[in-house]
Design a protein around this ligand. Structure first.
Ligand SMILES: CC(C)(COP(=O)(O)OP(=O)(O)OC[C@H]1O[C@@H](n2cnc3c(N)ncnc32)[C@H](O)[C@@H]1OP(=O)(O)O)[C@@H](O)C(=O)NCCC(=O)NCCS
Length: 259
């Protein structure tokens, strides 16, 4: 099927029973896409600052060491008591600053010039999910410009009010379809998300985690001393073989293999 046509996600329906339609973005969708993308990104601030902490024993060790040093040097109990609040505040502010920097970075590239980036290149597409005439999700497919290479899945984001309705799966399947019809061998993606939603979605689509980079430098950010202290993140690399993929829909496994 040509990706220019709409896809009614197979077997996937929103909870209301309304069908999810995934199609290429149109110029009129731009404002809604930007809103969904920026809100989805900024949601990651709290997750990264607080939920992410338990995944970084090296940061916990550093904060504990700082507390001990503060205790030995100052013997000032109110200062020691204040330290966790300072650390959490620092983590929140740095997460916000870096994620905002990433948003600006994306806007300075594809998300600020969607027509140029996605309408004029044969290797890249921006898809939207539509539910009851409303754009509720976005995803991009960016192909490597060599035959048989990989497609990168980017910018996956679903409006908060439409989550857990199958929109993420429908968008992911559209990228897999784009990769298959254009002769790409795999789909790859990277995420620094700490919420289980993104990881479970990708695993459900058949992606496998093929590596983790600890201390990843987010695009748009610079490696600095304070970033290392307050914003250490893990970057998960996922990959999926387009011709031999296993997806899980409605609790059932299915394997699609090349004939
Ligand atoms: C991740 C995201 C795209 C998922 O979109 P979605 O439309 O809610 O996903 P779906 O409804 O298609 O869910 C598919 C599966 O993902 C998993 N999943 C989705 N949300 C989940 C959650 N909150 N907790 C646990 N698993 C979740 C489930 O396995 C789900 O299947 P199920 O509902 O049958 O159990 C959405 O939560 C989002 O936009 N988050 C903010 C931005 C983000 O993190 N993007 C990814 C960055 S790489």
């Amino acid at each position: 099927m040509d990706e220019n046509t709409e896809t009614r996600a197979p077997g996937l329906k929103a909870q209301s029973g309304v069908q999810i339609v995934v199609r290429e973005f149109e110029v009129a969708d731009k404002a809604e896409i930007r809103r969904i993308f920026s809100e989805g990104l900024m949601e990651m601030v709290v997750d990264t600052a607080f939920r992410g902490l338990r995944h970084h024993p090296e940061s916990l060790l550093l904060y504990s060491a700082a507390t001990v040093v503060c205790c030995v040097v100052t013997m000032c109990w109110w200062l020691i008591g204040l330290l966790p609040a300072v650390v959490l505040c620092g983590r929140y502010c740095y997460s916000r600053c870096v994620i905002n920097g990433y948003l600006q970075h994306a806007v300075s590239r594809d998300m600020g010039n969607m027509e140029e980036f996605y309408m004029k290149s044969p290797d890249s597409r921006l898809f939207v999910a539509v539910l009851q005439d409303r754009v509720v999700g976005v995803v991009a497919a960016v192909g490597q410009q060599k035959p048989g290479g990989a497609v990168e899945l980017r910018r996956m984001c679903v409006d908060q009010s439409c989550r857990r309705c199958g929109v993420g799966v429908a968008l992911g399947l559209k990228v897999l379809e784009f990769a298959a019809t254009h002769g790409y061998s795999s789909v790859v993606l990277g995420t620094t998300a700490y919420s289980p939603a993104a990881h479970q979605l990708y695993q459900r689509l058949g992606f496998r985690c093929v590596g983790v980079t600890n201390g990843y430098i987010t695009p748009g950010a610079r490696r600095s001393f304070l970033t290392q202290i307050f914003y250490r993140v893990r970057h998960h690399h996922y990959s999926l073989d387009v011709h031999n993929r296993k997806i899980t829909l409605n609790g059932e496994d299915s394997r699609q293999e090349r004939n």
